[in-house]
Design a protein around this ligand. Sequence first.
Ligand SMILES: [Zn+2]
Length: 246
Amino acid sequence: MSLKQTEAIVIKSYNLSEADRIVVFFTREFGLVRGVAKGAKRLQSKFGSTLEPFSTVNLEFFQKEERELVSIQSVELLQSRFSIASDPEFLNAFSYLGDLITDFALPHDADEKLYRMIGACLSAGNSSGDLPAIVLYFELWLLRLSGFLPDWSRCESCRQNIDTAAENFVVPGFHLQCSTCRKSYVLSTVRSAELSAFRSILTIPPSEFTTFAADKQESVELLSGIMKRLIAQALGREVAGGASLR
Ligand SMILES: [Zn+2]
């Protein structure tokens, strides 16, 4: 049994027994970690309010070899998001993103890029009200970091660079085809606004993307719809929560 310490973001928690809770963290050093918080439901719990969803904390836990569920030793609050998390729209959006994290991330598989992306999206969600843009940003990057995001810089068929000023077509498999190669059945048509939003997400932080996307709500909605279909295909099922944001 070894004691481990890392910075972490609380994703969600649920009741285990009368006194205890299970808390799901995304940690900087160990990826997704599920742990038992003994006595967390008691009024005088040592955990206090540190286990509120979307808080950033310092986490100490004991891990037994070969055991996925760890024993939470101590949690120190670094940044509370309690006030913003009481906003139903924020809670709805980030609960959906939290579900995606637990669906895509493997337990105890470190992914510091994903850790930083979650923190950046939470901060952007805190300061900007544009939740659909942040949700799209997150969906796209989660797919990219998991290896599911197709390359939209070239046409799947002729391998020419995509002309971002022209109409292009998302085909089954979620690759792009140019108008010359277009097949009879396409999932969606994407225009320059969608293609520039797609490229922006890959190059700028979420706080800047919300500014970029301020006058592109239709494109955000269209792209987010495509990403949800791609997520459903990657997971082999529809994603709960995604629909309620549309
Ligand atoms: Zn082509």
